[in-house]
Design a binder for this molecule. Structure first.
Ligand code: 4UV
Length: 595
């Protein structure tokens, strides 16, 4: 059986527009028009710097001219962004799109080698990086690994630094630093180029799409491990991004004029931009959707604890919250929240939680704290260019449900025998809709296995759909571990652990953790030599080996991939064909856990 969406569908999905054209040049009567209104659409949390529609467009346009003229960006050139959130992040993306180029966002917490690998995998020729010293050091090292010259690195300054530069240089912005470009400097370069060459340069650098091209032209390469193996670049076409923004408009019945009352109130609502723009959830809900819908987004560079986030919510009267489950845990359990609750209840209108499971128990606690809040879960995937289910408008929250099928979205539930099942039966969730992406780059096999006949995408999630259409996530059939909503691929850690001299084989699983959702845990089969040492040296020696393995991961992988524990076993349980039996390891981990 095919489950269809009960939500209002989007009637017109433009396939002639890239993301830039959709956001800056497309004004159907159904879109709240923010042009010439003075409405701030991006607000920087740290400096209170604000950009209207026109300011965002001007910065985007000038940057794109400079990227074309000074950095060699052409249609289909790829660039990686390794940066925390900032108001420059969207402008950088859209400047690339304006040229027909491709953006590959890399996690700002990556270490140099992780970044280097993504630059190579995505074939990026330019690297944008945040200005802080650790990011710069990693970026320079990664650029060396990936053969990116210094003048193909662009440093995204924190806005306050841009201000500082302007003052100390009497209004002149520093254009280069340590041999790399600065982003604000490139914008100024763009301004000079337009002055010298006239508006013709704006026209000649703009990429012109052919009719229908948005359906195949890649906008983003975002990395996901999918159902198995190492992280792979998901080719996200412009059409998937623009469709998902329109689906969000339709599903939530967003009004067409500023001030219109609906689930979101264009021109009045303020959105919480704390989710990383590098992740598909943040990219769609905090970056593309609010800008299209006329909702101001307060850009928070990164999550710095619940109290700091609450203070920002109150300061900017942020009414629309996009959250991941660990934030809900903090709202419910952190003692610093209580003094702010009255204020928070006054400003909050809407909250959506997604990217990992949220238990019924926590959902109840959250509802108790915010009894009048319009809130619930959504779900999505990198491969589905974001949202596929969301809690419906005007109905009470259903505890434990990830919401209902999004506008224009269909689903099948397929059991382990390959049979399509009906209401309330368990099986893998298959999804279809305009937001489904093109596939994995450089990996035809994984693409064939995941993007299957008839336009369906296999999610690797076990679900149940009830007669109301509520989708309940039961288990993960795929190998993915989710730490605070971020993906950790077991295969990546398993492959890496084999480089440790004491390890002969490794199997990694996720184990439940109240604050992070899950944490990676490794079962290790020791090398012959390590086995002998462990046997002769007793528990002290075993502990030394364990600590050295934990440190090995901690020294080389970003924090959210760090192991929370290691257990030694004789052999990693596998099928005859060599596939790791993760369910067995999960059972073993349960027995290890203290009562
Ligand atoms: O690829 P990814 O990291 O993508 C995401 C995207 C989450 C989004 C996006 C838009 C939304 O509006 C929203 O609410 C959530 O996480 O990981 C995809 C996998 O994450 C798990 C599931 O296993 C996906 O295949 N996941 C995502 N949301 C949920 C979830 C959820 N609500 N409940 C359980 N698992």
């Amino acid at each position: 059986m095919i489950f269809t969406s009960a939500a209002e569908p989007v009637k017109e999905l433009p396939d002639h527009l890239d993301v830039y054209g959709f956001l800056f040049e497309y004004f159907p009567s159904s879109r709240p028009d923010t042009r010439n209104t003075g409405l701030p659409l991006f607000i920087d949390e740290q400096t209170a710097q604000q950009w209207t529609f026109e300011e965002t467009k001007e910065n985007t346009d000038l940057l794109s001219v400079a990227l074309a003229e000074k950095c060699g960006i052409k249609p289909d050139t790829r660039a990686a962004i390794y940066a925390t959130n900032s108001i420059y992040y969207p402008a950088t993306i859209w400047a690339m799109h304006r040229l027909g180029a491709v953006v590959s966002p890399a996690n700002a917490a990556f270490m140099a080698k992780e970044l280097g690998l993504q630059i190579q995998e995505s074939n990026s020729k330019l690297l944008f990086v945040s200005e802080d010293p650790v990011s710069l050091k990693n970026a320079f090292e990664a650029a060396k690994i990936a053969n990116i010259p210094r003048d193909r690195i662009v440093i995204i300054q924190e806005p306050y630094t841009v201000l500082k530069y302007s003052e100390s240089n009497y209004g002149r912005i520093q254009r280069k630093s340590q041999g790399a470009w600065t982003l604000a400097g490139l914008i100024e370069e763009g301004r000079d180029i337009v002055k010298a060459k006239g508006d013709a340069i704006l026209t000649s650098t703009r990429y012109k799409l052919k009719p229908g091209e948005a359906k195949t032209k890649i906008a983003f390469l975002l990395f996901s491990s999918g159902t198995t193996g190492l992280p792979k670049g998901v080719a996200i076409q412009h059409f998937a991004v623009t469709s998902n923004a329109l689906q969000t408009m339709a599903f939530n019945k967003v009004g067409s004029s500023l001030g219109a009352k609906g689930r979101f109130c264009p021109g009045k609502d303020v959105s919480l931009g704390v989710l990383p723009q590098v992740h598909i959830f943040g990219l769609s809900t905090c970056t593309h959707f609010p800008f299209y819908a006329g909702i101001a987004n307060v850009v928070i560079s990164k999550f710095r604890g619940i109290e700091a986030m609450i203070k920002t919510i109150i300061k900017y009267k942020i009414s629309v919250w996009w959250l991941v489950p660990p934030m809900v845990v903090l709202f419910c359990k952190d003692p610093s929240v209580a003094p702010y609750l009255d204020e928070l209840r006054k400003v909050a209108r809407f909250a959506m939680v997604g990217a990992a499971p949220l238990s019924e128990d926590l959902s109840r606690q959250f509802s108790k704290i915010f009894p009048k809040l319009d809130w619930g879960q959504g779900s999505g995937m990198t491969e589905t260019c974001s949202v596929t289910t969301m809690f419906p408008v005007g109905e009470p929250v259903v505890m434990g449900s990830a919401g209902r099928l999004f506008s224009n979205t269909e689903a099948k539930v397929v059991n382990s025998e390959g049979t399509e099942v009906g209401y309330d039966e368990l099986g893998e969730l298959w999804l279809r809709g305009p937001q489904i992406t093109l596939g994995y780059t450089n990996n035809e096999k994984a693409t064939r296995e995941t993007y299957v006949e008839g336009g369906w995408l296999r999610s690797g999630d076990e679900v149940r759909i009830d007669r109301n259409g509520d989708v309940f996530f039961i288990d993960r059939l795929k190998e993915l571990i989710k730490v605070k909503g971020f993906q950790v691929a077991p295969a990546e850690l398993e492959g890496f652990l084999l480089d440790h001299p004491d390890v002969s084989d490794a199997g990694v699983i996720g184990i439940q953790d109240e604050s992070a959702g899950e944490l990676p845990f490794a079962f290790i089969a020791l090398s012959q030599d390590a086995k002998k040492r462990a046997a002769s040296g007793g528990s002290k020696q075993q502990d030394e080996i364990r600590q050295s393995i934990l440190k090995f991961v901690a020294d080389n992988k970003t924090r959210y991939k760090h192991l929370c524990g290691v257990a030694f076993i004789d052999a990693i349980p596998k099928t005859a064909s060599g596939k790791i039996l993760r369910r067995e390891m999960r059972d073993m981990a349960k027995k290890l856990a203290p009562e």
